[in-house]
Structures are given as C-alpha cells and as structure tokens.
Ligand binder design. Structure first.
Ligand code: FAD
Length: 449
C-alpha cells in the first residue's frame, strides 16, 4: 500500500498457517478457527482491535459477515460460569457463582484497566500468581485461566499477565464470532488485496537459510536453492524457527526457548442440528478438577481438560435448518509421543483418542451420556489432527500451538533488517497476528524507530 516492492514466500501450498483450511470427502474444514475473538461490542468504538485491523488492511468489516456466539461456558466439574458477548452478563455470572469474590473481581478489572498490555516494554508477570493474590477462592482464578490459556498461552500452566489482559478483553469484554464462510472469509480478502497491490506470492517456497554479513541479512535461500535479496525481511514462521534459518550461517548462536504445548483435535460431522441433541452452546472450556491443568501430557493425550466447539451454534441465520453440523473437541497432546508412532500405531492411536475425547466431551454436554449412541449413529465422518499434523503443515517446533514462551514485542532480531511478526511477537490469535504484522510493517519498515 505504501510503495514498497514486496514478495511473500510461503512453504505450504495453501495460505493461512495455523488458521488454514482443508477439504475431506467433499467437505470443507477450518484447521484452527473456533472463534474470531475481539468481536466489537456496540461501545468498543474505533478502539476495537478487529475494527482497527480491518481499517488498516482496507477490508470492510461488514464483508466478513461475522455472527456472534450464542452462549459459552467454563465448566470445572460441578461449577459453571457462562458467558456471551455481553460483558455485563459475564459479570453477573461471576457474582452469582462467586458472591464473595464480587469486590475482588472488580479489583482485577481495575488492575487490568491500569495495565498497558500492548506496551513493547511490558513486564513478564505470572497471571496465576496475580489471580491467587486477588481471589480468596482460588477456583475463580483457575476458571479464568482456562479459556485464556487455551486461546493463547505459550507457557505451561500459566499465562503472562499481558497476554491474559489482551485475551480477557478479546474473549469476555469484546466477544467471540465466526464468519459465515469460516476462515476463508478472512483469508480470501487478504489474498485479493495482495494480488490487487501487485505483491508477488510464491507458494511451495520454503526458506531454507538467511545469509548475513556484519549483522545484516543479505540473502534468502529457498529450499529450491533459488536466491532472493531484500532490504528488509519480516518472518512469521516463529522465533526458534527463524533463528534456525540465520544461525545456519554460523554468525549467530541465539536459541530461544521452544514451545511445548500442542493439541489434538477431533472433528465429527453429524447429521442434523446441534439443537437436535439439546446442544445450544457455542464453546465449552472444561477441566475435571479445581486446579486447571495446561501442560504437555506424559502420554499422548490429556483428557482432564479440553475445549468443545459447536461452530454451527454461532447465530448465523444460515445455520437454521441445516442438514449437518460439526462437533470439534480439542485436548492437550504430546508431540514426541505422536511423532514416535509408526503409520499403523498412529492411525490406531488417533481412533482410540478420538473416541475417548468424544466420551469425555459428552460428559460436559447436556444429556451427553444419554445421547451418545444417537450421536454416533448420526455421525457422517470424523477427522482428527494431532501435533504431528500441526508440525507437518506449519513447521512449528514441537507442533507448538502458540510458539515460544519467549516473545519479542519489538519484533527485532540480532539481524538489523530481519523482524519477527505474528505469534512470537506476543500478539495472539488471528486478530493478534494481523495487528502484530501491521505494527511491524509500520514501525520497522515504513517508519523505522
Ligand atoms: C487447532 C487450532 C485452533 C485455533 N483456534 C483459533 C481461534 O479459534 N481463534 C484465533 O484467533 N486463533 C486460533 N488459533 C491460533 C491462530 O491460528 C494463530 O495464533 C495464528 O495463526 C498465528 O499466526 P502466525 O502468522 O503467527 O503464524 P502461523 O499461522 O503459524 O503461520 C506461519 C506460516 O509460516 C509458514 N512457514 C513456516 N516455515 C517456513 C519457511 N521456512 N519458509 C516459508 N514459510 C514458512 C507456514 O507454512 C505458515 O503458513 C488456533 C490454532 C490452532 C492450531
């Protein structure tokens, strides 16, 4: 948009990265998208990060055709907190379920308001520590950690306070929505815009190496051995993965910490509407005990906590009377285990895990246990992806969902003209990745600080 000559080099043959799409048996699936966060509330005005991203990318917000969630729930055994896109409803749920924590919750809201989560110099603080100091009933803190960690923590069993504040705002204060075309609604206009602006986009073009001289990147070598030069480079493949590209030139030996948290997800396509089974909620975040567990499991999967998503329960009028719908279930999974299986073991383990994941999810869905057999006979197909799949298609070390626990807010690297954008810059999710990219392009390329 500002006169720079730009080339995009992408290793995969499809756009979207962790938030891509695929087709199986004639059906289209989104890989990532459970929810577009930051759905602007009527009073969020121009400050809404999603509206800001659309404005800066010149994509009309209305063209995304986003529809809000119905109701979602955080469920820890017998304790539930429900939420929708009305923040007052969420507050009322907290006050109803944790009446003694009413003032403490207000104190948390004030603390978050006073904290500049978007600052590049933000301190690294433990949210678990902060929440346990604020609440007298630790369960409330654990319940708030669950959705925020699942939607953006690169650390195990905690989330840094800045990311917590951003995600709390994105999920609860603003809200969740889904475009009626799924992730393509966001990707297609971006691709069209890129083409319209004459940006060259090379797919199947993995970068193998970045050469440098005196701390300046000089050459980009593709896996095909083709060589490109550029005055400035923005890398969105992750901090550890980017370091590997320029460390191979032996001029640097930086090694950031690899992320470990990854997931398995099983998607069941079933005949009918979710409401036929009495399932009217959009997302359920669950945890079996009073202490939230968010870590790489020792075995291939951890069923004790997870996320259940019914994408057809967004309030899209086209979802009325639909003939088939999807149930998506996500659980923590161990990358090394999944990569150690041979082909047969991998297939078998995927099937077994998918079945256990469904059984567990039924126990958190209304009448789930009773409906199990009906649901299984209504199931038309199932597809399951694992940390191995995530690694295969995005090349993130350990199939890590949210990259490295070490984030670089400024986007700088040891090479003067190489910058990071996306997850490892510390801006999370679809909206975060877009805004982070815009910030790096503005602050490092167009108006260097
Ligand atoms: C199962 C799942 C569910 C999710 N659900 C949601 C959700 O509901 N809402 C939400 O907001 N976010 C969600 N996310 C998170 C979201 O997908 C990520 O935060 C976002 O995609 C990060 O964008 P990114 O640009 O930083 O990196 P990525 O999306 O990882 O993109 C990196 C790109 O770099 C390419 N690449 C890697 N190595 C090379 C190389 N050497 N050369 C060239 N190209 C390379 C990859 O192919 C990829 O296209 C989900 C993620 C997953 C996996």
């Amino acid at each position: 948009m500002f006169g720079k000559k730009v080339i995009i080099l992408e290793k995969h043959f499809v756009v979207g990265g962790l938030n891509s799409f695929f087709a199986r048996k004639g059906r289209k699936f989104d890989v990532g998208l459970h929810a577009v966060t930051n759905f602007p509330s009527p009073n969020s005005g121009k400050a809404s990060p999603l509206l800001r991203a659309c404005r800066q990318l010149r994509i009309p917000f209305d063209s995304l055709k986003l529809y809000p969630q119905s109701t979602s729930r955080i469920s820890f055994g017998s304790r539930d907190i429900r939420f929708n896109n009305d923040f007052d409803f969420f507050i009322s749920e907290i006050e109803k379920n944790f009446p003694k924590e009413k003032d403490n919750f207000q104190a948390l809201l004030q603390k978050m308001d006073a904290f500049d989560a978007y600052s590049v110099n933000v301190p690294d603080l433990s949210t678990r520590g902060i929440l346990s100091n604020i609440f007298s009933d630790p369960l409330l803190g654990e319940m708030l950690l669950c959705p925020t960690c699942y939607y953006g923590s690169a650390q195990e069993n905690d989330i840094d306070f800045a990311t917590f504040v951003m995600l709390f705002d994105a999920i609860f204060k603003q809200g969740l929505a889904r475009p009626n075309l799924g992730i393509r609604a966001l990707l297609d206009p971006l691709v069209e815009k890129i083409e319209e602006l004459g940006v060259k986009r090379l797919m199947n073009s993995g970068v193998q190496k970045i050469n440098s001289v005196h701390g300046v990147a000089t050459e980009i070598i593709l896996e095909s051995e083709e060589i490109f030069t550029a005055d400035q480079i923005i890398s969105t493949c992750g901090v550890v993965e980017t370091e590997e590209l320029f460390n191979s030139s032996k001029l640097n030996s930086t090694q950031s910490e690899e992320g470990k948290f990854s997931v398995i997800e099983t998607i069941s396509v079933f005949a009918g509407e979710p409401s036929n089974f009495g399932w009217n909620e959009t997302i359920v975040f669950y945890n079996d005990s009073e202490k939230f567990r968010y870590e790489q499991p020792k075995g291939s999967i951890d069923l004790s906590s997870g996320v259940i998503c019914l994408p057809e329960n967004y309030q899209d009028p086209e979802n009325e009377g639909i003939k088939e719908a999807r149930l998506r279930i996500t659980n923590p999974a161990n990358f090394s285990k999944w990569t150690s299986f041979n082909h047969e073991e991998y297939k078998r383990e995927k099937e077994q895990c998918a079945s256990q994941m469904r059984d567990k999810a039924f126990s958190y869905l209304p009448n789930g246990g009773v409906q199990k057999n009906d649901f299984l006979s209504a199931t038309l197909m199932t597809d399951t992806f694992t940390p191995r799949t995530i690694k295969k298609y995005t090349h993130h070390a350990n199939g890590a969902l949210y990259g490295s626990p070490q984030k670089s807010r400024t986007g700088t690297t040891p090479l003067k003209n190489l910058f990071l954008a996306g997850t490892d810059q510390g801006y999370i999710g679809i909206v975060g990745a877009m805004l982070g990219g815009i910030a790096v392009a503005n602050n490092r390329i167009l108006r260097p600080v």
